[in-house]
Design a binder for this molecule. Structure first.
Ligand SMILES: CC(C)(COP(=O)(O)OP(=O)(O)OC[C@H]1O[C@@H](n2cnc3c(N)ncnc32)[C@H](O)[C@@H]1OP(=O)(O)O)[C@@H](O)C(=O)NCCC(=O)NCCS
Length: 160
């Protein structure tokens, strides 16, 4: 069997029927997973863009959730199924989202990432994000908390 290859055609909008697969990816990959109702609320919110990357059977293997308000877009969640990480799937989703945001005249993309999540931070830096702040004790971790690093990427040479 040949290796699955993922490209722009593998990206489509998330649907309610995807939530079993999305929850399986989320719980397998995240330290403090979102609940199913959290994803359901995102699907109902007109300011949110919810996308999945699907395999040849149209089964989600990754997803990206963004808010888009005025000229700002915010990455709320991005996850790739553990077995398919380090194949460029997150980069594919984010590059496509950044290009779409530029085409819609958005000026900046923001995200938060755990201080200890250095792999994700490297991904974002390679896409042009830079650190612009820290949110203290933003994430739960075990019995305690962990800081979030706030990152931004200017999309159109705008100033924020
Ligand atoms: C972070 C995450 C989304 C990255 O997805 P991915 O599809 O594996 O990332 P990509 O393959 O597109 O990575 C592109 C580049 O980012 C960097 N990168 C990504 N993950 C990395 C890791 N774990 N360690 C080091 N570098 C990493 C590398 O430079 C990589 O390029 P390379 O593989 O050629 O070296 C994925 O690891 C994941 O789902 N993690 C759990 C959830 C999470 O942490 N989400 C982010 C919350 S802010």
């Amino acid at each position: 069997m040949s290796e699955a290859v993922f490209g722009p055609d593998s990206i489509r909008l998330m649907e309610l029927d995807d939530l079993d697969a999305v929850m399986a990816i989320e719980t397998a990959a995240q330290l403090t997973p979102w609940t199913r109702s959290h994803f359901g609320d995102c699907l109902k919110n007109a300011n949110y863009l919810c996308q999945v990357v699907v395999d040849r059977d149209d089964e989600p293997v990754a997803f990206l959730i963004l808010s888009r308000i005025l000229d700002e877009t915010h990455v709320l969640n991005v996850v790739v199924a553990p077995a398919l990480q380090r194949r460029g799937i997150a980069r594919l989703m984010l590059e496509q989202a950044m290009e779409a945001a530029r085409n819609d005249a958005m000026t900046v993309m923001y995200l938060e990432v755990r201080e200890t999540n250095t792999g994700a931070q490297l991904l974002y830096e390679r896409l042009g994000f830079e650190v612009c702040g820290v949110r203290k004790n933003y994430y739960r971790r075990g019995d305690g908390h962990e800081n979030a690093v706030l990152m931004q990427c200017l999309l159109s040479g705008g100033h924020k």
